[in-house]
Design a protein around this ligand. Structure first.
Ligand code: NAP
Length: 348
């Protein structure tokens, strides 16, 4: 078993890490960290538990410590669910201390030597780890996963990008409140309402998507070269981001080919049969009124993206449109980091 720690373990993503890792076949939770507000408390006393399952018995009594590498003993991998501003300082200190950091935070995602990875989309970008360690003189390293809405979008763009050549993408999101963290959106702001702004979300979708689909030449990543325009909105859904996607292709296509491309899509995690890998990364819904977040977010244990309403768009030339749903704190956050760590554990 590999000893692991979770940074920012009391938050929305931290709780998902606990839920997904408590019975993991290869990883054993041995350290939990949060802010000084929580440090020194038993996990059960430090957390406002907000998931449908109970806090695992094996975790309740573990003492939460400060987010400082000196507090952790014999930990090989740390999963980070820290706010970006804390991650920017803390994550490098854990990598410098020799730990492998699998991060959810945005702080380091676009650094040229830090891999930003979805295992089904761009596992080859993990080769940046060696470059990172040499450049920074670290024994450990940092690997990041993208923002929650970008992950679901990029998983569906990957098969289309190679088969039909994408010219431009417009995406409009309807994002769950859990995406903002426990204290993120006040109930008075969201019940009976919708908030048409999520800070920096559109910029992340527009840059991270192109980086994920970019070419790695052995030294650096050259971002993919097509237009992405995003409009992001917060809606009164607990978990599960919905996205309406409009694509203009370079090449002719028919809807049947697009469906086949989605349903045939698999990657390295499926080939290696990794523990958290969904059997089918993209699941097609044929019903007219699906996918829906409440009905479809747990597809593939929350690790698959559900796609429906796949049809031609008449305004864009060679236009395609569809709707997707992805679980934002599982495939879009904790599950994404865990799949990255499982892949690293298997191949490095
Ligand atoms: P959250 O609910 O606000 O939790 C934040 C966590 O960080 C808590 O454990 C908190 O501990 C800890 N923390 C806060 N300040 C700290 C400090 N100064 N030092 C050490 N720990 C500190 O946030 P979240 O939604 O889980 O998000 C965590 C990260 O994942 C963020 O970077 C976010 O952007 C990213 N992310 C979130 C989602 C999502 O769907 N929620 C998806 C993708 C990525 P205390 O309880 O002690 O304050």
């Amino acid at each position: 078993m590999v000893n692991i720690g979770i940074l920012g373990v009391t938050g929305m993503v931290g709780q998902r890490f606990i839920q997904l890792l408590a019975d993991h076949p290869d990883f054993e939770i041995t350290a939990l960290t949060a802010s000084t507000r929580s440090a020194g408390k038993r996990y059960e006393d430090a957390v406002t538990w907000n998931l449908e399952s109970k806090i695992p018995e094996s975790i309740k009594d573990i003492k939460v410590v400060e987010t400082d590498p000196k507090q952790l003993k014999d930990v090989e991998i740390v999963f980070s669910a820290l706010p970006a501003e804390n991650a920017a300082v803390a994550e490098p200190s854990f990598a410098k201390a020799g730990m492998k950091v699998a991060s959810n935070a945005s702080a380091m995602r676009m650094e040229p030597d830090i891999p930003l990875v979805i295992p089904e989309v761009n596992p080859e970008h993990l080769d940046l780890i060696e470059i990172q360690q040499k450049k920074r003189g670290w024994d450990g390293f940092i690997v990041t996963n993208p923002n929650c809405s970008t992950i679901a979008l990029a998983m569906t763009l990957k098969p289309l990008y190679y088969q039909f050549n994408i010219k431009r993408v417009y995406v409009s999101t309807m994002q769950a409140v859990s995406g903002a963290g426990y204290n993120g959106v006040p109930s008075m702001a969201i019940v009976d309402n919708l908030v048409p702004f999520i800070g920096e979300e559109e910029e992340k979708m527009e840059t991270e998507t192109l980086h994920l689909l970019g070419d790695f030449d052995g030294e650096s990543v050259t971002d993919a070269n097509f237009g992405v325009s995003a409009s992001c909105h917060r809606v009164a859904v607990l978990d599960g981001h919905t996205e309406a996607v409009f694509i203009e292709m370079d090449d002719e296509f028919d809807v049947g080919e697009v469906k086949k491309s989605f349903s045939d899509f698999t990657g390295l995690p499926q080939k290696l049969n990794l523990h958290s890998a969904p059997k089918k990364p993209i699941v097609i819904r044929e019903e007219k009124n699906r996918p829906q977040p409440r009905m479809d977010r747990m597809e593939g244990n929350g690790m698959a993206v559900s796609v429906g309403r796949i049809r031609k768009d008449k305004v864009f030339d060679k236009g395609l449109k569809y709707v997707l749903v992805g679980h934002n704190t599982i495939r879009g956050a904790a599950g994404a980091s865990i799949l990255n760590a499982e892949l690293i554990n298997e191949i490095m």
